[in-house]
Design a protein around this ligand. Structure first.
Ligand code: SF4
Length: 268
């Protein structure tokens, strides 16, 4: 995949830049833009958090290859935990990780390479999140922003996955495992207990990595209670939550609340 920008500026006008997260919706958004404006006038941009599931990277490149569209990967040596440590703060409402690892790098990339008249930016959000478009559009001013999944009729989850299947592609495996979004390898500072249970079930080593990083973080800020998992009346550390699951043999369909989800890149 050619990641240089030498040819990325459109020869004949505006470049159509799609923020491609390696998730299913952003692929379909990218496909719609490429079909409308032509692959040579489009550019896919992916900001790496360094903790994506390996199958997301597979889908990222498979999708770009199928669309025959240039992909720019914005590399960053940091992970969300590095950001939490730098800021000495993590909270399910404030996505510092997304701001530092996704939004700022993408802003920098766009503003360093294109003026506001040279490109249009595309986000893979659909009608379910349409209420957020006004704020996103304003936050990216003076750049023009568009939302392909809101161009026509309602595009639902089934249609998104059918489109991917019809293209002969396999969506990232995290969806198959029941994760509501496929970002950050199933981890998210905004996630709830159901998502962390899935993380533990499907990726115990990955869960242990996050457990260890949370321990280090709590030591750093001299705190003992958990900083991510919430439940009525307080918080749990990832260690406490794991031990509870192990001791209670909790069932995957038990009544843990909020499954969580992440549209972090479209926040600002
Ligand atoms: S998916 Fe969650 S952990 Fe990853 S960058 Fe977004 S808010 Fe942060």
């Amino acid at each position: 995949m050619n990641m240089s920008l030498t040819e990325s500026k459109c020869n004949s006008g505006v470049k159509h830049i799609i923020f491609y997260s390696s998730g299913a919706a952003s692929y379909v958004a990218a496909k719609m833009v490429v079909e409308k404006y032509g692959k040579d006038n489009c550019l896919l941009v992916f900001a790496d958090t360094n903790i994506e599931d390996e199958d997301n990277y597979r889908f990222l490149y498979d999708g770009a290859f199928f669309l025959e569209t240039e992909l720019v990967v914005l590399k960053n040596k940091k992970t969300p935990w590095d950001i939490y440590e730098e800021k000495r703060f993590v909270n399910h409402r404030v996505s510092n990780c997304s701001m530092e690892l996704k939004i700022k790098p993408c802003r920098k990339f766009v503003s360093s390479n294109f003026s506001a008249t040279e490109c249009v930016l595309y986000f893979g959000i659909d009608f379910n999140e349409y209420h957020r478009t006004e704020k996103i559009t304003k936050n990216w001013e003076p750049y023009s922003v568009d939302y392909p999944l809101c161009w026509g009729d309602w595009v639902d989850r089934n249609q998104i996955f059918q489109t991917i299947k019809d293209d002969g592609l396999k969506p990232p495996r995290l969806y198959e495992y029941g994760f509501s979004h496929a970002n950050c390898g199933g981890f998210c500072s905004k996630a709830g207990k159901k998502q962390f249970r899935k993380l533990l079930n499907h990726f115990p080593e990955r869960y242990m990595y996050h457990e260890k990083r949370e321990n280090q973080f709590l030591e750093l800020i001299s705190k003992q209670s958990g900083c991510i998992i919430r439940e009525k009346g307080g918080t749990l550390t990832l260690k406490q939550f794991r031990e509870r699951i192990e001791s209670e043999s909790m069932q995957s369909n038990s009544s843990d609340d909020f499954i969580g989800g992440c549209g972090c890149f479209i926040e600002d």
